[in-house]
Write a protein of this length. Sequence first.
Length: 316
Amino acid sequence: MTSVKHTISKALTAFDGMPSFLQAVLVMFIAMIGFTLQAGIVKELGQDLHVSQIIVIRQAWMIVFLLPPMLKSARGDLKIHRKDLFLWRAFFTYLSILAGFTAIIQLPLATATTMSFTRTFFLTIFAVLFLKEAVGMRRIGALVVGFIGVLIIARPSELLAAGIGGIDQNLLLALAGAALVAANQTIVRVHLRYDRPTIIVTYQAIIIGLALVPLAWINWKPMTLGQFGLMALIGVLASYAQWLMLHSFKRAEATALAPFDYLRLVLSAALGWYMFNEWPDVYTWIGAAIIFASTFYIMRREAKLGKERKLQPPKY
C-alpha cells in the first residue's frame, strides 16, 4: 500500500512540474478514453434498454460519485452564481445526451463519433449569429468543405437514389447532438468564470436525471446485475471524464486542445471493432478525413486570429 501511495505521489509531482499545456493535453487524453469507453457501454446496454433508462441511472451514479468531492471542495459555497447560464446549459445538455446517445446506439460507433466532430462548425456559426463575430471567406469555405464531408458519410449514392428522405434519421440526430454540444460549450466557457466545475457538473447531473425520470418510467425494463454494474461504470466514466475535460480547458485554450479530440475517432473505431465487429467503411473514413481537415483549419485560423487581436494596440 505504501509503495502504491509513493508511486501516485511521484506521478502527481511529475504532473505538477509539467508545462500547463502539456498538463491539459494529458488530462484531455484521459478524458477522451473515458468518453469512448462510455459510448461503447451505452451502445451495448442500448441493445436491450431504452436510452432514457440508461441516462437516468447514469445520472444517479454520477451524483453518487460527484457529490462528496463537491461538498469537500465547495467549502460552504454551494450556490450557482449564474443561474441563467446554468439552466441554459442544462437544457442543451439534456437534449444533446438524448440525441447523442440514441445516435451511438443506432449508428456504428466510429460513425457516431465522427458526426460529433461537426460541433466545431456549429461553434463557428454560433459565434457569428450570437456573438456577432466577423467570419472571413476562408472559414466559410472550410465550413462548406466540412459539410461535404458530412454528406459523404451520409452515403451520396443513397442520397441521389432516394433524395433527402433517404438520409438516415440517426445521422440527423447525431448532427443535432453536435449542435447542442456546441451551444453547451459556448456557454460553459463563460460559466466557468463564475462557478466551479464540480458544482456545475453535479447540479447538472441532478437536474437532467430528474427531468428524464418520467420518460424512463414509461420505458422501464428489469435489469440484470451485469447491466446494473455497467450503469455504475458509465456513471464513473461520465463523472470524471467531464470533470477532466473542464479542467483541461482551464489549463489551455480550447482551440489549442481541440485537435486532440480526434483521438476519439481512432479509439472508437478500435472499440467498435472489438465489441461490435464494426469497422468504418470507405465513406466514413473519407468523410472523417474531410471533416478533420476542415475543423482543424477552422481551429488553427481561430487561434491565429486570437493572437492577432491580442497583439493589436488598444484603441483610445
